[in-house]
Design a protein around this ligand. Structure first.
Ligand SMILES: [Zn+2]
Length: 285
């Protein structure tokens, strides 16, 4: 409908709406704030309304048996796993992750921690959780970065759930090189024994939520879970902001796990041959 055909009341309200957004945009230019995803001027900090609507959500909603959870099926203590967003380097979401990981925007990690928690709050994913454990960063990297981004995410989660954050029970004792250029098998080797238990008693008989920023093949998280192996009565749930692997609905690909995917091989002679009559009537796709 063209603006001049709208009733007077609607024209007036859309006029004031236009004024308000122009004022907000002007204010944002003056304050120098912009959306970290699209770069448009923004009042407040972080992500604009448009980008919130367009973020690549996994829509896993903590569903039991989802494809990220399957990465941890060999670990009986891991009860549930979920991830909030899909990460690909070419997606604009990469700008947001880079901002809190490499450019000092700790506030964005807290913001995303709150957002991913509210997304799951209506489900049973957080039922019975006693405390939150961020994936530790080595002292050296934490000094260089100024903070641990997973701990900042965990603070956002803790704020919504009103739960304590335990950040001293496990230490990262090896500052392993970046995982980004490694294949899944190399990743597993790269993170072997990188964590050490500092205070097992703090985790005994608790159900904890491990919080991480990006989960790819789960190698770092599996290494952390194995470090916690001997703790009495410990149960684990895992929530990551982003899933960066190439997961397929229902099962994880061979590429994700670095394992042979036997279901990908088949014997062509075993494929059903249609009788001549049926072939004639079966439409070609
Ligand atoms: Zn935006």
């Amino acid at each position: 409908m063209a603006a001049d055909t709208l009733p007077m009341k609607h024209r007036r309200s859309s006029f004031w709406r236009g004024c308000r957004s122009a004022f907000r945009a002007a204010l944002a230019v003056v304050m120098g704030e912009e959306c970290v995803v699209c770069g448009r001027p923004l009042v407040g900090a972080g992500v604009c309304g448009d980008c919130w609507l367009r973020l690549p959500y996994t829509r896993l909603q903590g569903a039991v048996g989802n494809e990220i959870e399957r990465l941890f099926w060999a670990e009986p203590r891991v009860e549930r796993v979920s991830a909030f967003l899909v990460y690909k380097p070419e997606y604009k979401i990469a700008a947001l992750v880079h901002a809190f990981k490499y450019h000092g925007r700790r506030d964005l990690a807290c913001l995303m921690g709150r957002a991913m928690t509210r997304d799951l709050k209506a489900t049973d994913f957080f039922d019975g959780i006693d405390a939150i454990l961020p994936v530790p960063l080595s002292d050296r990297r934490q000094r260089r970065r100024g903070y641990n981004q997973s701990e900042a995410l965990a603070e956002g989660v803790a704020e919504v759930l009103s739960l304590p954050v335990i950040s001293t029970a496990v230490k990262r004792v090896v500052d392993n090189p970046s995982q980004t250029s490694l294949d899944p098998t190399e990743r597993t080797e790269n993170v072997k024994n990188i964590f050490a238990l500092a205070d097992a008693a703090a985790l005994e008989n608790k159900r904890i939520l491990i919080v991480d920023d990006v989960i790819t093949v789960g190698a770092t998280l599996l290494s952390l879970v194995r470090t916690l192996e001997g703790i009495r009565g410990l149960r684990i749930r895992i929530l990551a902001l982003c899933a960066a692997g190439t997961y397929r609905r229902g099962r994880v690909s061979e590429h994700d796990l670095g394992l042979p995917d036997l279901t990908a091989h088949y014997d062509p002679s075993a494929v059903r041959r249609y009788p001549a009559e049926e072939r004639k009537t079966t439409p070609l796709l």
